[in-house]
Design a protein around this ligand. Structure first.
Ligand code: GLC
Length: 478
């Protein structure tokens, strides 16, 4: 099969969140299963892009309304990513390191999608399947079917949408309809949801198949999707939940180049101690105390707004017998609250506001517990990274967290709570504190979680199976 993944993010080229990790890993595993796999992302000026050498393989033009846009397609001179990468330089829309630049994203991502389609059309590369991710690439399933420009060549190509987060739709007003190329106007309803142009809704309606990133989130999405619930319920027959995996080559405590002290399940205690010592030295923490960490976006969805209050209650309650470290950025009010706490709990709490991939790896390796009190978590990868590094996840039972973490009370390896509330977080920290005192149980739990196989292998095969069913349908549908 020749599969094309089109996305706004892909690790290590451009990363904001989990979308990048998935698009940087799933294609690699699909390629290992003997497929041709191409990944297409905009040519942002990220440090990865600036530090690599590229060849230009195609130059073309497209139109955003009346505006002519020149674009070029670049490939890496030396590629060891495990899949074919194409970057599209679209006018000067992506000449910065910022992946997202709302509100300019409407124009940016339409221009990107049109450039991509023009390139494959002009070069006669007809994919066996087009896999698009989230709303940034959501017009593609519509454009290939209903535009004069692309339908003649591409209408029969099966399209597959993965929803990584149904909260974000990328919607905008009909005043920008002219940005799209001429299409069959009987189909205008496919672009619309609640009176606006909604690329996520369009993709849900037009893609041959819709997936989301965990079975539980598939259920939850029909109940809470920022206004798309009815549509998702309607399209449920063509929808499926496939759990994300993790890239076990990158996330491997035995070989991870981001950490100094490597370890396996056999010498985990020694390995984690060494990493913890290094981490605690940076922040002036006492390494004998349990270290709780939070890594990720500081957003309401992730329950990050609950953290400042939960942290101060927990630190007061356990009177300096625990350490807490935060790494992330996002909502400025949450960032400020988290920073404001630092002077009050100097030797047991710190917050690193920002994004630091290397530090994240050290935290997974050195922390004892990872907090994930998410309100919404379509899959969540951090709990799986934590498990692989012998760090025990404390999660709210939602979405993919529910599908991947089993509570120690049920014979599992994590600590789960039901409410996204300060009380539940503090209660879970208390349970973790108790577990930390029981060294035998703690080490049993760590070994158990490290043995879990959360690699992409199984899920990559599931995707391929579904693709194959769609490809078989091609003849029937048209
Ligand atoms: C989004 C979701 C997260 C998921 C990731 C990758 O960031 O919020 O839960 O793991 O996408 O699919």
């Amino acid at each position: 099969m020749n599969i094309f993944h089109v996305s706004a993010e892909c690790y290590p080229i451009a990363k904001v969140g989990g979308l990048a990790d998935v698009v940087g890993a799933l294609p690699k595993y699909q390629k290992l299963l003997k497929n041709e796999v191409q990944v297409i992302v905009p040519a942002y000026q990220t440090s990865f892009v600036k530090n690599q050498k590229f060849n230009t393989v195609f130059r073309g033009k497209t139109y955003l309304g009346n505006q002519k846009i020149d674009f070029s397609v670049l490939t890496l001179q030396e590629n060891n990513l495990g899949f074919n990468l194409y970057l599209i330089k679209v006018g000067d829309f992506f000449d910065s390191a910022d992946v997202y630049q709302f509100p300019a994203d409407v124009e940016r991502f339409i221009a990107f999608q049109l450039s991509f389609l023009s390139w494959i059309k002009e070069t006669n590369q007809i994919p066996d399947l087009l896999h698009v991710h989230d709303h940034h690439t959501g017009f593609i399933p519509f454009l290939v079917k209903y535009t004069k420009e692309y339908a003649p060549k591409l209408a029969n190509v099966p399209t597959f949408l993965t929803i990584h987060n149904a909260q974000y739709h990328g919607d905008f007003g009909f005043d920008k309809l002219h940005l799209l190329p001429e299409f069959d106007h009987f189909k205008i309803g496919l672009l619309e949801w609640n009176g606006r142009i909604n690329p996520l809704a369009t993709a849900i309606k037009c893609a041959w198949k819709v997936s989301t990133v965990s079975p539980t989130y598939l259920e939850e999405m029909s109940l809470a999707a920022n206004g798309l619930e009815d549509l998702l319920r309607n399209e449920r027959p063509k929808s499926i939940g496939i759990l994300n995996g993790i890239d076990i080559e990158i996330w491997n405590p035995q070989t991870d180049y981001n950490i100094e002290y490597h370890y396996s399940p056999r010498d985990v205690s020694k390995g984690k101690d060494a990493n913890k010592k290094q981490l605690c030295e940076i922040y002036g923490f006492d390494e004998k105390k349990p270290l709780f960490a939070y890594i990720g976006r500081l957003a309401g969805e992730k329950g990050a707004d609950l953290l400042p209050h939960a942290i101060s209650i927990a630190l007061n309650k356990f009177k300096g017998d625990i350490n807490i470290l935060i790494l992330g950025s996002g909502d400025t009010t949450v960032e400020n609250h988290l920073k404001d706490l630092i002077p009050f709990y100097k030797s047991s709490y710190n917050a690193h506001i920002g994004y630091d991939e290397k530090l994240a790896h050290l935290i997974y390796a050195g922390a004892d517990f990872l907090l994930m009190p998410s309100r919404v978590e379509p899959c969540g990868l951090n709990q799986m990274y934590a498990m692989r590094y012998g760090t025990i996840p404390l999660v709210r039972r939602t979405g993919g967290l529910k599908d991947t973490v089993i509570d120690i009370g049920d014979g599992g390896f994590g600590i789960c709570h039901d409410q996204a509330s300060v009380e539940d977080i503090v209660f879970s920290i208390g349970r973790a504190f108790g577990l930390y005192q029981d060294k035998t149980l703690m080490s049993k739990v760590i070994k158990m979680e490290m043995k879990r196989n959360n690699s992409w292998e199984q899920s990559a095969e599931m995707y391929l199976k579904v693709y194959q069913e769609l490809i078989k349908m091609t003849g029937d549908v048209w």
